[in-house]
Design a protein around this ligand. Structure first.
Ligand code: PGA
Length: 248
């Protein structure tokens, strides 16, 4: 059975003290019975310290973005080599906010994804349509282009290290969640693309998350869908109590 992965994306939020207290509180919860994998994508300055805290626990810590070159004269950027050097093995790639505010294209997302996989870093590759694209009835075209673009030249053997997050842009941070049926249909559609690009087995084993205003009130229904294998959560991952409910 495909595993379930619930990931928090803190974005540009929390002081170090708040972030540390959150993780420490999480670690004193009884996590033995957890049925999902738990990941937290935290601000870059806190990666190392928080990663030390979660060593040998069920929680893993990842970055929110990484540069497409492994090192060099790119002031202010973070590289896969840097992540590797502090033992971080996960990152988000192509989040819609990166696409929207930092002009990340499918080609760039592909470069980042390839470099991550070459470097032993597991990416969550984010895709999703805008409200204009949805209204224009081109959601499937957008998803095909984004998924095929992001995974171009990615070897079958690396597919076990990828997660895809379906995050309709209109549902992110808006309180407007896709219905569980819509989320399932989109994740199913993405699985079909993977099956065409690779094979049925790769497609069946791929973790596909839904993201966009996931909260304790809707998480059970969303995760109950057969094609949804997890959630990528922004707002509701910032509040300790709601995050604990999401993973419980
Ligand atoms: P949200 O964000 O849960 O606040 O909608 C999701 C995301 O951006 O990954």
């Amino acid at each position: 059975m495909t595993r379930t992965v619930v990931a928090g994306n803190w974005k540009m939020n929390k002081t170090y003290a708040d972030a540390k207290a959150f993780v420490e509180n999480l670690l004193v919860q009884n996590l033995d019975g957890l049925e999902c994998e738990v990941q937290l994508y935290v601000p870059a300055p806190y990666l190392n310290e928080l990663n030390q805290l979660v060593k040998n626990t069920k929680i893993s810590i990842g970055a929110q973005n990484v540069h497409q070159e492994s090192h060099g004269a790119y002031t202010g950027e973070i590289s896969v080599e840097m992540l590797n050097s502090i033992g971080i093995q996960k990152t988000l790639v192509g989040h819609s906010e990166r696409r929207q505010y930092f002009n990340e294209t499918d080609e760039l997302v592909n470069k980042k994804t390839l470099l991550c996989l070459e470097s032993g870093i597991d990416p969550i590759v984010c895709v999703g349509e805008t409200i204009e694209e949805r209204t224009a009835g081109i959601t499937k075209d957008v998803l095909s282009n984004q998924v095929e673009g992001a995974l171009k030249n990615i070897d079958t053997s690396k597919m076990k290290n990828i997660i895809i997050a379906y995050e309709p842009v209109w549902a992110i941070g808006t309180g407007q969640t896709a219905t569980a049926e819509d989320a399932n249909a989109a994740c199913k559609f993405i699985r079909g693309i993977i099956s065409n690009m690779y094979n049925d087995e790769i497609a069946e084993n791929l973790v596909i998350q839904y993201g966009g205003s996931v909260k304790p009130e809707n998480v059970t229904e969303i995760l109950g869908q057969p094609h949804v294998n997890g959630a990528l959560v922004g707002g509701a991952s910032l509040e300790f109590d709601s995050f604990v409910q999401l993973i419980g």
